[in-house]
Design a binder for this molecule. Sequence first.
Ligand code: GDP
Ligand code: MG
Length: 166
Amino acid sequence: HSGFVAIVGRPNVGKSTFLNRIIGQKIAIMSDKAQTTRNKIQGVYTTDNAQIVFLDTPGIHKPINKLDDFMEDSAMSALNEVDAVLFMVSATETRGAGDNFIIDKLKKVNKPIYLLINKIDDINPNKLLDIMDTYKNALDWSEVFPISALQGNNVDELLNNLENRL
Ligand code: GDP
Ligand code: MG
């Protein structure tokens, strides 16, 4: 089980926290495939039976000028070169324009897309179903995982699922 996975989401949802938690190894490999992407390799997650290269995909946000527009297009084409996409939102904030902009872009990505609802440690558990409801039908998610990148809740379950898909 191995492959390339991009993580996307608006600023501050917890992408870096998530990557820092799961990646224990510095970049040791560079495949041809990685070099063809415009993605930046963030790290490699390695277990006995899996190796997943995580890519940061900068530039997926609402373009404000022509250069931005170009960056945005290349970020989107990069998403078509990975094996799966993790889309992260924050459970502590309501679904907003920043989330919707990315969701709209992801509609054109023909790859497994996981919805990660992060920061569940910071909300009233009673609210989780409501939050999940607001995203449930936004896209045809391959999987939906409520997680806490900070405390680790449900992160192993997510990684196991992802490993098995690759
Ligand atoms: P990024 O911009 O998406 O990379 O977000 P960061 O990883 O930099 O996180 C933004 C802020 O959210 C930081 O203050 C993190 O400590 C906090 N954060 C990230 N994940 C969690 C989480 O699971 N729970 C809580 N309570 N805070 C989190
Ligand atoms: Mg970050």
